[in-house]
Design a protein around this ligand. Structure first.
Ligand code: PGA
Length: 245
């Protein structure tokens, strides 16, 4: 593995969440007014729960950070319980006091998703870029909603979800037909511009994706493989997710 990637293999999901929360909290302590990138999904939920507890215990102050999320479904209203805006409010932002004007998530109900994508990209740049970006990984090697493809998606864009992703995410909807088919996602270039990337992976279902991401050939068929070219990637994986490394 390349030495720009620092891999931490932990025993289980709880340890992963703890280590990720500790690392993130330390970054915020060093730079309480910094710009941080967030991910949704099952993987960071434990980390967010721990950050919420730290904040309640006054060990962490997130009230001055600026947040940018990786992605949002289209079409979806931010008030819909399935939206990522709702997920972030419920799992982290409300309880830790991240001010609503500092919460940036692409608008899933914007009249023009292409314009919304371009505006989102500009806003990240105007805020000086992302200091630390949290990432999950899909079983197909996607990052955000950058799905396997013939080319890498550059900047924040309006994208189509892969069938595998629709299936994986249908657990959050009443049925598979309700999962939106599109999203606005930061592109791989946007993600690669963050100063530090924190990639989290838990469980055997992620083992092949993690192998492809960290030691496989760099290819848009495994979007996460481009992370091998980033100068500072921290990976926290549990034993099950790291089993092919
Ligand atoms: P998960 O999703 O954390 O729910 O497994 C990760 C992803 O699809 O990027």
């Amino acid at each position: 593995m390349q030495n720009n990637i620092s891999l931490h293999v932990v025993a289980n999901y709880n340890e992963l969440s703890e280590k990720a929360a500790e690392l993130f909290a330390n970054a915020v302590k060093l730079n309480p007014t910094g710009v941080y990138g967030f991910a949704t999904g099952g993987t960071p939920e434990g980390m967010y729960e721990k950050l919420t507890k730290m904040s309640a215990a006054k060990e962490l102050d997130m009230t001055q950070i600026t947040a940018f999320n990786l992605d949002e479904y289209v079409p979806i209203s931010p008030s819909s319980p399935q939206s990522y805006a709702y997920f972030m409010a419920k799992n982290l932002f409300d309880a830790t006091g991240v001010p609503s004007q500092n919460r940036n998530i692409p608008k899933g109900d914007a009249p023009c998703p292409h314009e919304e994508s371009a505006a989102y990209e500009k806003k990240i740049a105007a805020c000086g870029g992302i200091r630390l970006q949290i990432l999950g990984i899909g079983t197909n090697g996607h990052i955000g909603f950058n799905e396997p493809s013939d080319t890498f998606q550059g900047q924040t864009s309006y994208v189509e979800l892969a069938e595998e992703t629709i299936l994986a995410n249908s657990r959050y909807f009443d049925n598979q037909d309700d999962v939106p088919r599109h999203a606005i996602s930061m592109g791989m270039q946007t993600i690669m511009m963050a100063e530090t990337l924190l990639l989290l992976a838990s469980g055997e279902t992620k083992a092949e994706a993690i192998r492809g991401a960290l030691v496989g050939p760099i290819t848009p068929k495994v979007p996460a493989s481009v992370l091998q070219l980033h100068r500072n990637v921290i990976v926290i994986a549990d034993k099950a997710a790291a089993k092919f490394l």
